[in-house]
Design a protein around this ligand. Structure first.
Ligand SMILES: Cc1cc2nc3c(=O)[nH]c(=O)nc-3n(C[C@H](O)[C@H](O)[C@H](O)COP(=O)(O)OP(=O)(O)OC[C@H]3O[C@@H](n4cnc5c(N)ncnc54)[C@H](O)[C@@H]3O)c2cc1C
Length: 485
């Protein structure tokens, strides 16, 4: 433990600096800047090395947080990176994007602001790249086993990297023209610049992972063909069916799924020509639904130069402080202030959307009513309707599950009651040799879960192929013990 009295001496929690709002909304560069070494050292000293580090349990990856806090405090950033990479393939993604459930379960957080764990992770990862410390890790031996990973989001990438390093020949199939899943075409550059993704892919390519883009499995090549060609197949296709809102006026021009808007914006920021791009310039934008997707639409709309940005949520406004029914060390639902929320826009809660209204086929407004709870159901309260001006409506209502993509017909693989790919305690589906990881199996979730599942799924695949495995398995998809792997 670095400084036994550190948490008493440094009581203030200081997170990474952010670029000023008026400056950052003029471009697509990242909002967060690097932290100064002195501040980082002081913040690291707040970690109490509390003996029973609940942060390990809060993090799906089981990150060894007190260990790397101690190393940061001592300025041993290279070793900190080694400990960080021991449990996380892509700490630069989670350091920038994770909502940090670890911080919710930090023991210091019981009566003081939690340790700035996420900032520590981000800085260790960036320093490692600055120091050319992130090198390809080549397998010690090659097996004669082959694996196809379908989908190149964080789950597919983590699975592929682990299995490549275990010596298997791994090909990642991606239907998009570029690798990365939601890291590429969902999450905007102001949250994570695409160069951060590309430099990690460079490492993966150098290690031997192969990428096949523009191949939609189930259409361009069947699941059955893949099963015959490879010794194991991993479904990491994400949860991509957007939840719709089939109310009057849904067909009007100007009402779009959030992902249509974000994908086009990401392509345009990457320098692609996007004909008839959905654009918010000068428009009154209304976003239905909160969460990460909603926040990304807010930030993107402001950078497009929207006239106004309003978010409508059907639920109650969450409390600012941790509510009693979600005590420490749980991750509470509290009023979220992401960087995009700092940039402006209104947020209205308990708003039920009744219909989209329009003129000449284009949306001009939304009729909303207050939400009332009847028998536990949320319904629009009669007599409270009002119409809000809207030229662009973005539906950010979540995702209902993975696309079927012929998986059931071609490979006989079953889906569960929630519409996700069904798997057992070891990530295997009912089709022998076919596994599922990430949002495709657990439903819409987080990057940290996608990486954790990717790592654990890789261990399960390795054991299936070789009879035993040395790969770590941080999480089980069900309550069944993964320790048997
Ligand atoms: C807009 C948005 C913002 C988000 N922001 C955050 C955030 O800030 N922090 C956070 O922790 N989480 C965030 N999330 C959630 C997070 O991105 C996901 O949980 C995570 O990406 C899931 O990873 P995955 O690998 O399972 O799937 P995905 O990232 O969805 O990747 C699946 C990939 O599979 C490909 N694919 C699908 N079907 C096929 C097929 N038949 N053949 C070939 N390829 C196929 C898709 O094209 C895609 O590239 C966000 C989600 C969205 C939508």
């Amino acid at each position: 433990m670095a400084d036994p009295r550190g948490f008493l001496k440094v009581r203030e929690r200081q997170t990474q600096p952010r670029r000023p709002v008026p400056v950052r909304i003029m471009d697509w560069k990242e909002v967060y800047e690097r932290q100064q070494a002195g501040t980082l050292h002081d913040q690291a000293s707040r970690c109490m090395d509390c003996g029973v580090p609940f942060c390990h349990q809060g993090c799906p990856l089981g990150n060894l947080i007190p260990e790397w806090n101690d190393l940061v405090y001592r300025g041993r950033m290279g070793e900190a990176s080694e400990r960080l990479h021991a449990t996380n393939n892509f700490p630069e993604f989670t350091g920038k994007l994770c909502p940090a459930p670890c911080e919710s379960s930090c023991v210091l957080g019981i009566n003081q602001p939690a340790v700035t764990i996420k900032q520590m992770e981000a800085e260790i990862a960036e320093q490692a790249f600055d120091d050319n410390n992130v090198e390809p890790i080549l397998p010690q031996r090659h097996t004669d086993q082959t694996v196809a990973v379908i989908g190149s989001g964080p789950a597919g990438l983590a699975t592929a990297q682990q299995l490549t390093r275990a010596g298997h020949t791994v090909a990642v199939y991606e239907r998009d023209d570029a690798v990365g899943g939601l890291l590429r075409y969902g999450i905007p550059d102001f949250k994570m610049d695409k160069s951060i993704l590309d430099r990690r892919l460079e490492q993966m390519r150098a290690e031997g992972t192969r990428f096949r883009t523009n191949v939609a499995v189930g259409k361009d090549i069947s699941w059955d063909q893949l099963r015959r060609r490879y010794d194991a197949v991993v479904v990491a296709t994400g949860s991509t069916i957007p939840r719709d809102l089939p109310i009057p006026g849904r067909e009007l021009d100007g009402v779009h799924f959030a992902m249509e808007y974000l994908t086009e914006s990401n392509r345009s920021v990457a320098g692609e020509a996007v004909p008839d791009q959905i654009h918010a310039k000068g428009k009154h934008v209304v976003i239905l639904g909160g969460g990460d997707t909603g926040a990304d639409c807010i930030g993107t709309s402001h950078r497009h130069g929207a006239a106004s940005v309003t978010t409508l949520a059907i639920g109650k406004e969450p409390p600012v402080e941790r509510p009693e029914h979600q005590p420490w060390p749980m991750m509470p639902t509290v009023f979220e202030v992401q960087s995009a929320h700092e940039e402006g826009g209104d947020r209205t809660y308990l708003a039920s959307t009744v219909e989209f209204v329009g003129e000449e086929g284009r949306v001009t407004g939304i009729t909303v009513a207050e939400t009332e709870f009847v028998d536990g159901r949320r319904l629009p309260k009669a007599g409270t309707e009002r119409t809000i001006k809207a030229d662009l409506v973005l539906l950010a209502l979540g995702f209902t599950g993975p696309e079927p993509a012929g998986l059931q017909q071609q490979a006989g693989t079953e889906f569960d009651d929630r519409g996700n790919v069904a798997r057992d305690g070891y990530y295997m589906t009912n089709t022998p040799g076919v596994f599922a990881a990430g949002d495709a199996g657990r439903g819409q979730s987080l990057i940290v879960w996608a990486i954790a599942e990717g790592r654990a799924c890789a261990a399960a695949v390795d054991k299936y192929l070789m009879g035993e495995t040395r790969l770590p398995a941080p999480v089980a998809p069900t309550d069944q013990a993964i320790s048997m792997l």
